[in-house]
Design a protein around this ligand. Sequence first.
Ligand code: PAN
Ligand code: ZN
Length: 197
Amino acid sequence: MTTTPTDLMQPFATLLDMNAGLITPSGPPMQRHLSDMRGMYADAEAEAALLAEGDPLIYEVHGVAPVPMEVSQVPYCTTIIHPGRVGDEYYMTKGHYHAVRDRAELYIGLAGEGRLIMQTVEGEFRSLPMTPGTLAYIPGYWAHRTVNVGDEPFIFLSVWPGDAGHDYGTIETTGFVKLLVKQDGAPTFVDNPRWQV
Ligand code: PAN
Ligand code: ZN
């Protein structure tokens, strides 16, 4: 029989405000302003104009659970993507692969309307709509980015294996296969001119 470790971790609970996306208690949120994502939006002129106007807050991440980043743990956090666009392109997260490529993740929609876009290194592309209650499963090997296509904050909870890690560099270099832009008033996918395998 497996015995209990002597340095046994204690159970704990935090409180999730499902409408606001806040977790209590939690440390200070991680904030991503446009200046933290330079070059990730296609319209460089629109990006420069917004930076000159005051560098808008694009998204924030709240309450990564204070657990060791080990495979036996399941850290969690909320992401709040504010409504807005850089040119025609909706506000979005940076997006990443997991550093340990086969690690999966669960996204749980809490508020607002978004899209979860995913791709493989070979350029296979998928998109899932996310609204409150959506349980979106991201299998290993799929890079993932979320996009706010509504007029309110788009908020979701993420849960993932603690050793997954984040690889942002690959996406910073190639971007995603498609951009999500507002065209004729509706979210529309267009090819990313900078995509390269
Ligand atoms: C999420 C993301 C979060 C922010 O918790 O880290 O939504 O997006 P970026 O990390 O791409 O900036 C997750 O997928 N964790 O693995
Ligand atoms: Zn992830």
